[in-house]
Ligand binder design. Structure first.
Ligand code: ASP
Ligand code: MG
Length: 462
């Protein structure tokens, strides 16, 4: 069997869901389990309703809910059509949607009445999008002669009660998947499930964190020993660099999980590879595919990547970085100094990304945010501090860095006059990163891309 997960833009309206049905039909012989996100933007809107209700704004909460209700009704009408059969199918799903949306309104009124929005209630509300999108998709499949069966993910995926970002309990989840989903597959049905949503062992609704449908797909694929997991989105896969910077950026056909994970920080908008871990650990390949261009082969993420003739897999850049330099002669031979520096960042709940040290100084990068001035003020109690924004991290990723000598020389001689503020070739041994001025990004990235990707290994790139 395989898992096919369709993200929000792939199920945003009737036309999109119709495309999804056609894609699923092509794979029927492989026994797909389909996982869908909420219709695009719905989760944001649900969270906005919840917030409005929590703030006592009953009118706004119910207005937003009404708009979502209408969008789902019209999506279902368009999907199921106006002929007799379509009307029958619609009547069935409409009754369910009506009960579901009435339940949502009830909940929102309840939140207004008690004047408090708890994390637990937030999860019940924010998961509503997947609850209904999966029902609509299942109905649409059935009407297109795909023998689909809706499965309530909240009955299969079991988590702790860490609302907002609940942690799966794999043993119980796997057992339930085998109990509920497997028999459907055996009967040649196509199970259709909502991503993102789960529940505690007691049945209290939870969610897996924003973007969590990819995680659902990996959990389900791992639980049922899928041969492959397909993540359907609206781009052709991962690219050698941002095509807006380099129009000749190539599609990466094969990438290792570790390489993909290194790129995630750099706004690989496609997905967060960490969520694929349950699948990767079981050696299940994950494919990124484009529901608007299904013939494209996309990007394949595997535990180990095939060798590439190119040194790197990708070049990524992240702007809006601030470099913080901390200089203290006191650091000479002292212990505990780095600890006190990092404690300051931790106290401000500010993640530190890149670090370079010398005997008397340490430089770190952070994503630019409002708390930098306050952080600097606290650091100033320990050492001399200066910080500068409008910087960017450029990162070259590839497993070959581990084995090929002379790579750093090749990188920096491709950009001999670049003004480099920090360099890091770190623990993972699969990336070289450095910091430059933000304005230099287009020039630096395109020169590097020309150097390392003007000829590409056809096995790995397209
Ligand atoms: N709908 C959820 C979100 O927007 C989960 C997902 O789409 O992956 O975060
Ligand atoms: Mg997503």
């Amino acid at each position: 069997m395989i898992v096919m997960k369709f993200g929000g833009t792939s199920v945003q309206d009737a036309q999109a869901i119709d495309r999804v049905a056609a894609i699923v039909r092509e794979r029927l012989h492989e026994q797909p389990v389909v996982v869908v996100s909420a219709l695009a933007k719905i989760t944001d809107q649900l969270l906005a309703m919840a917030a409005a209700a929590g703030a006592g704004d009953r009118k706004k909460a119910l207005e937003l809910s009404q708009a979502a209700r209408e969008r789902h009704y019209s999506c279902a009408t368009d999907l199921l059509g106006n002929d007799l059969l379509g009307k029958q199918a619609f009547a069935q799903i409409a009754a369910e949607l009506e009960a579901d949306f009435n339940g949502l309104d009830e909940l929102l009124r309840g939140v207004v009445a008690v004047g408090e929005l708890t994390a637990r209630t937030t999860d019940t509300i924010s998961g509503f999008g997947e609850k209904v999108s999966s029902k609509i998709a299942a109905a649409a499949f059935c009407q297109r002669n795909i023998e689909a069966a809706h499965v309530d993910s909240r009955k299969c995926i079991v988590t702790d009660s860490n609302f907002g970002k609940a942690v799966p309990q794999f043993e119980e989840t796997d057992a339930r998947l085998k109990e509920t989903v497997k028999p459907l597959l055996d009967r040649k049905r196509v199970p259709v499930m909502g991503g993102f949503i789960a529940s505690t062992p007691q049945g209290i609704p939870t969610t897996l964190g924003r973007g969590g449908s990819d995680f659902s797909a990996a959990i389900i694929g791992a639980g049922l020993n899928a041969g492959r997991i397909e993540i359907w989105t609206d781009v052709d896969g991962m690219m050698t660099t941002d095509p807006n910077l380099c129009p000749d950026a190539k599609r990466i056909k094969n990438i290792s999980f570790e390489e993909a994970a290194e790129l995630a920080y750099f706004g690989a908008k496609v997905l967060h590879p960490a969520t694929l871990l349950p699948a990767i650990q079981k050696n299940i390949p994950v494919l990124i595919l484009n529901s608007r261009n299904p013939k494209n082969e996309g990007t394949r993420i595997t535990a180990t990547a095939p060798k590439s003739k190119n040194i790197f897999k990708a070049i990524a850049a992240k702007k809006r970085i601030t470099v913080v330099d901390v200089v203290a002669t006191r650091m000479l031979m002292a212990h505990g100094f780095l600890k006190s520096i990092f404690e300051v960042f931790a106290n401000h709940r500010c993640p530190v990304d890149m670090v370079s040290t010398s005997e008397v100084s340490v430089s770190v990068t952070v994503d630019s945010n409002e708390s930098i001035a306050a952080i600097a003020a606290d650091l100033a109690k320990l050492a001399d501090v200066k910080y500068e924004g409008r910087k960017a991290i450029v990162c070259l990723v590839g497993e070959n860095i581990k084995t090929m000598p002379g790579i750093a020389a090749k990188v920096f001689s491709a950009i001999p006059d670049a003004n480099i503020h920090m360099i890091s070739q770190g623990a993972s041994e699969i990336n070289i990163s450095f910091v430059i001025d933000e304005d230099a990004v287009p020039d630096v990235v395109s020169r590097l891309h020309r150097t390392f990707f003007s000829q590409v290994d056809p096995e790995v790139f397209a």
